[in-house]
Design a protein around this ligand. Structure first.
Ligand SMILES: Cc1cc2nc3c(=O)[nH]c(=O)nc-3n(C[C@H](O)[C@H](O)[C@H](O)COP(=O)(O)O)c2cc1C
Length: 216
């Protein structure tokens, strides 16, 4: 069937699975995140650690892409990438960024806004060493976000590096590591019927988290 404008306009779900109230949530948003993340893992969602990471350059031009959450604690949310990529260049110009999780099966969204910094080299090195060898080689071989004239150039570089490092420990390249998103604002969104969704927000002000409910 052809996907007409009408078909698209009729694509909708009514969310009825759960609710979220001010009295349900933890006083600390990281604990609330931990609760929801555990529920996403227990629900056996496909890659619950997939998140959208949005940056903006110094002109305010936005750019968003998917990355994988690799850790979180009271300090914030960590992912790994190339420090010379487009996202990294945006962060040099403007360290403010946003993360979004969407877990359709749980009718939940989490939005996080904060300030981004590089994680300690030792932490990146330890994580790099835990990755499969193919991913380690890939991180060295690929100048992420630069123009690649042909895929074969990348494949040749991977073959060269694979031979060069055979049987050896591969050192983490300088241009690769983690970023920490230190949250200043976090929103937990639970879908409700008739678009009357629950939105509970946390804002970090004067050394503590302030909780609000926002209109859907
Ligand atoms: C499911 C999925 C997971 C991804 N995980 C990462 C990741 O953890 N780190 C990363 O640098 N890119 C990851 N990517 C690739 C990014 O979306 C993006 O293509 C890349 O980081 C380059 O983005 P940039 O040019 O805006 O810097 C992932 C893509 C998908 C679809």
């Amino acid at each position: 069937m052809e996907l007409t404008q009408l078909n698209l306009q009729n694509l909708r779900q009514d969310y009825r699975m759960a609710s979220l109230s001010e009295s349900d949530v933890a006083a600390d948003p990281i604990l609330q995140f931990q609760k929801w993340f555990s529920e996403a893992v227990n629900a056996k969602l496909y890659e619950p650690n997939v998140m959208t990471f949005a940056t903006a350059d110094s002109d305010g031009k936005p750019s968003a892409r998917i990355v994988l959450l690799k850790g979180f604690d009271e300090q914030g949310f960590v992912f790994y990438t190339n420090y010379e990529s487009k996202k990294a260049q945006d962060l040099v110009e403007n360290p403010q960024a946003a993360l979004v999780f969407f877990w359709a099966e749980l009718e939940r969204q989490i939005r996080i806004e904060g300030i981004v910094s590089k994680v300690d080299k030792e932490i990146s090195e330890a994580y790099f060493q835990s990755r499969p060898i193919g991913s380690q080689i890939g991180a060295i071989a690929s100048a992420q976000s630069s123009v690649l004239m042909d895929r074969s150039i990348l494949e040749e570089r991977v073959a060269e590096l694979t031979a060069q490092y055979e049987g050896k420990t591969i050192p983490k390249p300088e241009h690769w590591g983690g970023y920490l998103v230190e949250p200043k604002h976090i929103e937990f969104w639970q879908g409700r019927s008739s678009r009357l969704h629950d939105r509970i927000t946390y804002d970090y002000t004067d050394g503590s988290w302030k909780i609000n409910r926002l209109a859907p």
